[in-house]
Design a binder for this molecule. Structure first.
Ligand code: ATP
Length: 431
């Protein structure tokens, strides 16, 4: 178990997972760039969620725009209510978000603080060439609103019947006051949200259903059960429109923190958009012979936060012959590289055989051929980036057409014929 994030942050930088944004200019707080392995890992996580959500009859996808009509954010409450109380320390001028626990300046300990002022978390910008109030738009602080405003477009174009859901993956932006903890809280981050539209009488039932489904998913992608817990929102925590809400919390090195929220939002969102747009958003249920505004059950998870929880769960340090072996025990499906092909030397015959093998494995899996450095160093690198299997080609391979397969998690080595390699990997990588 990781005690703090620093070894993971440095592994991510060293091995091409995640870099600080604009690093050569000194970086930009709470913004991160995904390197070649990070972007592949992220793509795999997105695909896993997308498949889980949309490979079923009752959920369809959407990709709505980041910039939306400014009234959307009036209707949703974000213009008036999406804010944090901000406090300044009069002694050291440190500015921070007021939380109940904090009564003194976290920087210098002074109690000489200003009254809290509300600070809106939405990023503002302008659409068009004139920077005037009428052209002001916002970068969306959540992806959900794009789903609500398209509820009828999707329902009618896809001929969907209630209950059905709309899933979306996209960027969201929040001008967070307190940032840090690597990619846990960013100002630009990915969200994976699904809004499920139901008959009001069925809402509680579907809330329970989605709680179960989401827990199964989180375990399935590789989070250990002991690092997950459910936090039910008490009356004081609930958003004013929410009927019920739970968070899945994950045990990060900095403690238990929210990873995903499941929210029973009633008809608040559709009602608000109906009011502000003047367009009817109700649904005629032919089976019930009834017209109504559907209720919404939302599942909302931060993509970067899920990535952080997966990396934290996968990070291991082991003592092997007086040395420390670092590995990322990632789910085989999610690992950015699934098979590394390593010719023992740069001799052309070994390289040719390696190319033939990697070319054929590449048709099925994400494969990297690595020829430089000692074999020990190459294994170390593959362990650190989480590659489940290394296929080593040595001089005997040229004679007996056999290769050595090394397992990431156990370091076990199996010698087998090249002809059996594909089947061997299918048996292990498809589980
Ligand atoms: P928090 O209490 O951590 O600020 P929230 O309750 O405001 O989160 P939601 O608005 O419910 O979060 O957003 C849904 C999900 O989006 C969260 O569960 C989290 O995983 C993710 N998320 C929210 N804010 C950020 C952020 N600044 N950086 C990364 N992920 C975030």
């Amino acid at each position: 178990m990781l005690k703090d994030l620093s070894p993971l942050v440095s592994l991510c930088k060293r091995r091409g997972y995640i870099f600080p944004s604009s690093e050569i200019y000194g970086g930009l707080a709470a913004c991160w760039d995904y390197g070649p392995l990070g972007v592949q890992f992220k793509m795999n996580v997105k695909q896993c969620w997308w498949k889980e959500m949309t490979h079923r009859q009752d959920i369809v996808g959407l990709d709505s725009s980041i910039l939306m009509h400014p009234k959307v954010w009036k209707a949703s409450g974000h213009v008036d209510e999406f804010s944090d109380p901000l406090v300044d320390c009069r002694d050291c001028r440190f500015r921070f978000r007021l939380e109940e626990k904090i009564k003194t300046c976290p920087h210098c300990g002074s109690k000489n603080l200003t009254e809290p002022r509300e600070f809106n978390l939405m990023f503002k910008t302008h659409a068009g060439p004139v920077e005037e109030e009428a052209s002001q738009v916002y970068l969306r602080p959540e992806t959900a609103q794009g789903i609500y405003v398209n509820f009828l477009n999707v329902q009618s174009s896809m001929r969907k019947k209630i209950p059905f859901g709309i899933a979306q993956i996209g960027k969201a932006f929040r001008n967070e006051i307190t940032v840090g903890n690597f990619i846990f809280r960013c100002r630009e981050f990915g969200q994976m949200e699904m809004q499920y539209f139901v008959h009001p009488e069925k809402a509680s039932e579907f809330f329970e259903y989605w709680k179960e489904q989401r827990k199964k998913f989180l375990l399935d992608v590789g989070l250990p059960e002991k690092s997950l817990r459910v936090h039910e929102h008490g009356k004081n925590e609930l958003a004013h429109y929410a009927h019920k809400a739970v968070d899945f919390e994950f045990l990060f090195p900095m403690g238990w923190k929210e990873l995903e929220g499941i929210h029973h939002r009633g008809d608040f969102d559709l009602k608000q958009h109906q009011k502000w747009s003047g367009k009817k958003l109700s649904y005629f249920d032919a089976d019930r012979g009834e017209t109504y505004l559907p209720y919404v059950i939302e599942t909302s998870i931060g993509l970067d936060r899920l990535i952080l929880s997966l990396l934290c769960s996968a990070y291991r340090e082991e003592k092997v012959k007086e040395e420390t072996r670092v590995l990322l025990a990632l789910n085989f499906r999610l690992a950015p590289i699934q098979v590394a092909v390593l010719p023992l030397s740069k001799k052309s015959q070994l390289k040719e055989l390696a190319e033939k093998i990697s070319g054929s494995l590449m048709k099925k899996w994400r494969v990297e051929q690595d020829e430089s450095g000692s074999i020990g160093k190459r294994y170390r690198r593959q362990d650190e980036i989480g590659t489940p299997f290394c296929v080593t080609i040595d001089f005997d391979s040229l004679e007996d057409n056999k290769v050595t397969v090394r397992h990431r998690d156990t370091m076990r080595q199996d010698r087998l014929s090249v002809n059996h390699l594909e089947k061997y990997l299918i048996d292990r990588l498809s589980t």
